[in-house]
Design a protein around this ligand. Sequence first.
Ligand code: ADP
Ligand code: MG
Ligand code: ZN
Length: 500
Amino acid sequence: MSTVDLVSFDDALATYDPVMGLEVHVELGTRTKMFCGCSTELGAAPNSQVCPTCLGLPGALPVVNATGVESAIKIGLALNCEIAEWCRFARKNYFYPDMPKNFQTSQYDEPIAFNGYLDVQLEDGEVFRVEIERAHMEEDTGKSTHVGGATGRIHGASHSLLDYNRAGIPLIEIVTKPIEGAGRRAPEVARAYVAELRELIRALGVSEARMEQGQMRCDVNLSLRPIGREKFGTRSETKNVNSLRSVERAVRYEIERHAAVLDEGGTIVQETRHFHEDDGTTTSGRVKEEAEDYRYFPEPDLVPVAPSREWVEELRAGLPELPRVRRARLQAEWGLSDKDMQAAVNAGAVDLIEATIAEGAPADQARKWWLGELSRTANETQRELAALPITPAQVARVSALVKEGKLNDKLARQVIDGVLKGEGEPDEVVEKRGLAVVSDEGALTTAVEEAIAANPGVAEKIRGGKVAAAGALVGAVMKATRGQADAARVKELILEKLGV
Ligand code: ADP
Ligand code: MG
Ligand code: ZN
């Protein structure tokens, strides 16, 4: 797709210092839209959740959704922002079919929250502070589908379909100040910031922030300046990057592309760009509008928003434990190393481990199953860990069976496999597959006697004091019982029989 020359990441970083700006849009999980009573539920028939207000019909008047404002304040507080005592909505005027009003109701120079920060933890444990410029309220646009072309883009399409169900769904846009000083860790910082923000939004309960469903999307601004220079370079703005991995890749790609342009004495144009998931490249979008192109002005149909200080303090007092604090607490409770905790976070396993422990499993068992066997399965089948067809309660039950000596590790893995394959609850899988550890002494004794008889040489060595040789007999018994014996008990029986 790309015919652009790139400079390698290392070479780019040897000459230039990257500066980033991340703009994240979060769709709030309110029941109704931001300025009307239409439902926000996903999946309804196109244009079935619209009304005169969100269709912009003449004379229709908007009303602010109080839950939307409350969510915005919660987000602002969690991001350590100041909350405006008084602010207004503004009209951002543009003519495009996805916005039937011909303007988007947004906030311009009076955002509800401003001047904050979010601390994010990097892979090596270091904490990087990302400063927040503002978080403001706005509304989503409708969805256009371009039909008849090869790419789904408007170029080459024969016609376009419009669905206004999404038009008017509340959005919060969170904009960082320019992020400086990340250097070669810029891609990692960008990813870690969006990941942390997503956790935060979920912890606040204001949105599920599912990036794959477009509930959270990120615009990546990036510029380079020669190392040592203070003045920022010209930025590009890669729009609607929809996964954590893509955020990281988009930053990396833009660093390599900018460096190539600058090395050749070229200039970067300030433009929007599209990110391509398939090959990790970006291509030119449109030349960036300036603020004056939007002819912003205060929205005359809505009253200003003036949250009382009492309300703000009430919301502050009600904030949940923040994700970074919670992670530190759980890490200490579970006795995990930084590396193991990071692995749990990266795998999306923290909530699952917590729930498994709540179901009675010891911490090390809960961690072992979710980060071992189950993470492997999730990777192999390219699923999220949480999407695997096994519950924390089931994992806890398997670990209880191990603890009671009814399963050994190997059998437990087969039980997990059975649950994943839909064969039922752990106890049913044990039953159906006949997996219980053979603890019937009679059966074990017979198997041990047979193993001794079949290996007289080994038995002789053991009688002579070479206890280590017992391993071979244990192996024979395990094989004979298809791995279902308790190996420790087998060894005891062998030594007993041989009088050692
Ligand atoms: P716009 O609406 O034009 O996208 P915003 O101010 O809303 O402008 O967002 C721009 C984002 O890019 C902010 O996060 C800002 O900190 C960041 N930014 C501004 N200038 C630069 C630059 N030269 N290089 C990188 N990022 C920048
Ligand atoms: Mg922008
Ligand atoms: Zn409506």
